[in-house]
Design a protein around this ligand. Sequence first.
Ligand SMILES: *[C@@H]1O[C@H](CO)[C@@H](O)[C@H](O)[C@H]1NC(C)=O
Ligand SMILES: *[C@@H]1O[C@H](CO)[C@@H](O)[C@H](O)[C@H]1NC(C)=O
Length: 472
Amino acid sequence: MFLCCCLSLVALIPLTTSTNPGVKVKLTAKGIEYGRQLAVASILQKLKTIKLDDMSGKVRVSRTGKVRYSLTNMKMVKVGLPTAALDLVPGTGPKLSIVNANFRLQGNWRVKYLFIKDKGSFKLNADDISFSTSLSIKSDPTGRPAVRSIDCGANIGKMSVRFRGGASWLYNLCKKTISRAIRKAMQKKICPLVANAVSDLNNNLKTLNVLAKVDKYAEIEYSMVASPAVSKTSIDFGLKGEFYNIGKHQEPPFSPAVFSLPPQINNMLYIGVSSFTIESAAFVYNTAGALSLYITDDMIPTISPIRLNTQTFGVFIPQIAQRFPGLMMKLLVKMAKAPVITFEPNNATVQSFASVTAYAIQPNATLTPLFVLNLVSSVSARVFVSGTRLAGGVTLNKMDLTLGTSDVGDFQVGILNSIFQTVLNFVVITTMNAELAKGYPLPTLGKMKLVNTQLLVLKDHVMIGTDVQFTG
Ligand SMILES: *[C@@H]1O[C@H](CO)[C@@H](O)[C@H](O)[C@H]1NC(C)=O
Ligand SMILES: *[C@@H]1O[C@H](CO)[C@@H](O)[C@H](O)[C@H]1NC(C)=O
């Protein structure tokens, strides 16, 4: 049993590591700088809440004499993190280093020496604190990034304590010891607190929409396919970026090719969407039967002289007018296979392969098939970002009709070109554009807003450069 498990695990490993991402996300130095500000603000917030437990101890001041002290009500009144750097350590992760941090703590003291008791308050200033931690970024079991603080070290340098109230000769006896005790207690607090602040970041990372609903047919998966790659200037995430039928994750008969985002630095974030992602969408909609469309005359604008009836078609194919006089017609456009999407620099093209069946509608509503055409069409696509969604629109480039079968005798298909051009433009393209304009969700965290967004169509992928803002 155990061996069996091990073997199946081993068998799984190459599978999972060889998955190429369909979507890549690059966090640039500018994005990391934004992350640094968020991290520092979070750590600062945490440091302000530090409370030290009451302490007590004793200091031997002579052969027989001991000063007993106790410190109570200690709390942080001021914290400053003036210098914080977040550097990337290639192959490891980001490293956060803070130097010259400072804090002021206040509390109450009590001292007992022989028969003398005294008390007062104190302030403690430390302005030479440094700490650093490396962050590991891994994929959690849901495919979301998870960060963890590793190799944290903290050091508190000089401290000065000022006592108020009481007799100075008395508290001076234990000043050094108190300062040392507080340093030790503080030093022990810093790294767990940093770890805590870092792990709080996971609350945000957990909002990554690893499975985002698109519409009633499809959802898109954005889980990470591997741990992120850390270089000197960026952190690169590989996400699955694959459309699936809702609830039914059937793999398409093709897989993502390797693509790489060109080096870019101006935006915080670059998102590369491969042609695989878009083709997986086409596969899903096609499999779900969502890419077929019945076209009836009422869908064609009234201004068009071309009508879906046997009279119009009879002009080109006289048999139709003779055998089916005065009937309305209906067309069924159906994808023969999933469309092929090609991204070339500044050029997004979709080639689709469909069949068009023309029917005459009998008075008793029976559909009588007239002919079937094969339609190969090429459209140019515009791709744009709308909010946090990627949307598009298409225009017809080229269309090629060939005869499949005919129940109305042989005819030259070319004569139907203008009819089908009209139908494609007025109905099919218009319907598609209404759907494409809705777009689908990009990978996002929480209430992330995209600003300064731009988009480039490149070889085999679309690259979105954007800055982000988090609201609320
Ligand atoms: C865009 O690419 C398609 C095929 O990849 C090609 O047929 C077409 O001519 C290109 N258009 C432009 C404007 O370069
Ligand atoms: C409908 O009308 C057509 C043509 O008149 C005829 O061939 C067909 O049998 C009819 N179907 C039904 C269900 O009445």
